[in-house]
Design a protein around this ligand. Structure first.
Ligand SMILES: Nc1ncnc2c1ncn2[C@@H]1O[C@H](COP(=O)(O)OP(=O)(O)OP(=O)(O)O)[C@@H](O)[C@H]1O
Ligand SMILES: [Mg+2]
Length: 460
């Protein structure tokens, strides 16, 4: 107990309270005292102690009941119960109800100190685990990059390092390769994660609108500017601003952006008050900025300011190992979103996905899987469910009975095998126009076994 703590002592005997208070008020601890259960709950609620020492036997509300109330309010505050020998059974019951431990009166003070130190240690650990869980789930829900490709894994390691710095980042890569996802991963894994992540598409707005969007404007700065407005450089303070399609920015705005990057300050449109901002700028582009510089379309000084760290995302055709990984991820997502129960992809669909060159990269794959999920009427995605332009990629042989790769990684072996068996049966039925005799033959089982399995899996 090196750090000062707030300790709540609950006992109906005044001398016990006074003794414990005298002992534990050293080290700068704050001691709160209550002589009954109700008062203890009030103090617990409003003062949020770090630790509770509570007698079990008290008039009216006893320690066990008070413990249950406290537990319902906040579970992570440890409660140590004190009891006379005769009531040990009750104390065991208290452990079951979530007390940290119990101590039998009269006790050695050293014994109590040890118990308290352990309780506080456990509370700190729980607190840390909660924090880690939250951070983990945040960083996963915002910008989880799935990949099995060595170059992309390298990129993920670079993202983790870049995220810890304050440097500006330039993300390049073809359309749909995950540039925005990378920008989010940087933000949510950085010390700025609690600030805002704001994205602006520099190609989507005319110059004057983009200018006031980024810098904000003063009242009356231009016709229609009836009130003062904060721009994104202000709103993203302590966060991250993604300048998407930065290659589309006009020469005038390129100069103004350069100043923000150099001085970390700017003025609103129509104003002269200097505003300081603390933001991380991430820029993304699918243009070749170097050739734009040679053609005089992009400022080289701005390029070097943005390009302090450079991350490049690879086209999907250069990372074939990611096609099925991502396809299954999107399948799971869209299957759930559409309230469907799709188990996997059949081999004809798989070979189309693997064969296709994906000019629109991951976004195109995402759209293709969403299309297929919507079109699908069964448990498996067949090649016919895919968008038509994909089906033309290859003249697939009829699928036959081919293995379907189940994608559910969290179910146990038995469930997975059942799913697998069910999907094989469905596929065989489909290939044999629902002819059961033929299906049984192809599967190498008796008609009786097939009928039994159809019933077991509720297949009509
Ligand atoms: N490695 C990946 N793991 C999971 N999802 C991904 C991955 N890469 C891309 N995506 C998803 O694909 C879609 C397209 O990605 P994103 O918008 O980041 O691409 P982009 O490069 O910014 O595209 P554009 O140049 O068209 O703006 C998004 O829905 C994104 O979540
Ligand atoms: Mg994008």
């Amino acid at each position: 107990m090196s750090q000062p703590n707030r300790i709540l002592i609950v006992d109906d005997e005044e001398n016990v309270r006074l003794m414990l208070k005298a002992v534990f008020s050293q080290n700068g601890n704050t001691i709160l005292c209550a002589d009954n259960g109700e008062q203890a709950i009030e103090l617990f609620k409003h003062e949020q102690p770090d630790l509770v020492l509570m007698d079990i036997r008290m008039p009216n509300m006893d320690g066990i009941e008070a413990l249950q109330h406290m537990h319902a309010i906040y579970q992570d505050i440890p409660v140590i119960l004190m009891t006379a020998y005769a009531a040990v059974e009750t104390a065991v019951e208290a452990l079951r109800l979530g007390a940290f431990d119990y101590i039998i009166k009269p006790f050695e003070l050293d014994e109590m100190k040890l118990l308290m130190a352990r309780a506080l240690q456990l509370r700190d650990m729980k607190h840390e685990i909660n924090l880690l869980h939250r951070e983990l789930s945040d960083s996963y829900s915002h910008g989880r990059i799935l990949t099995n490709n060595p170059k992309m894994m390298e990129l993920c390691r670079a993202i983790a390092k870049v995220a810890q710095s304050h440097a500006s980042v330039l993300i390049t890569g073809e359309s749909g390769t995950g540039k925005e996802l990378i920008a989010k991963a940087i933000h949510y894994n950085s010390p700025r994660a609690k600030g805002q992540f704001i994205k602006v598409n520099c190609g989507a707005l005319p110059e004057s609108l983009l200018e006031s969007e980024l810098f904000g404007h003063e009242k009356g700065a231009f016709t229609g500017a009836q009130i003062q407005r904060q721009g994104l450089f202000e709103r993203a303070h302590q966060g991250t601003l993604l300048l998407d399609e930065v290659g589309e920015m006009s020469p005038h705005l390129q100069v103004k952006l350069l100043r923000v990057l150099q001085e970390r300050e700017f003025e609103r449109v129509g104003g002269n008050q200097i505003i300081k901002t603390d933001i991380r700028i991430v820029a993304a582009t699918n243009c070749d900025l170097k050739s734009m510089i040679e053609r005089g379309e992009f400022r080289s000084d701005l390029y070097y300011r943005l390009n302090v760290m450079h991350l490049n995302s690879y086209p999907l055709r250069e990372r074939p190992e990611d096609i099925l990984l991502l396809a299954r991820h999107f399948l799971q997502r869209f299957s759930a979103e559409n309230n469907k129960d799709i188990l996997g992809l059949d081999i004809s669909a798989i070979s189309i996905l693997e064969e296709y060159k994906w000019p629109g990269n991951v976004r195109e794959l995402e759209n293709a899987i969403e299309h297929a999920v919507i079109m699908s009427t069964g448990y498996i995605i067949f090649s016919d469910d895919l968008p038509e332009h994909l089906q033309r990629v290859k003249n697939m042989p009829s699928s036959g009975v081919t293995p379907i790769t189940p994608f559910e990684q969290n179910v146990n072996l038995k469930d997975n095998l059942k799913n697998y068996e069910k999907s094989l049966i469905l596929q065989a039925l489909n290939n044999n126009q629902n002819n059961r005799v033929q299906t049984a033959k192809v599967l190498g089982i008796s008609l009786r076994t097939l009928m039994y399995k159809l019933q077991e899996y509720c297949i009509e």
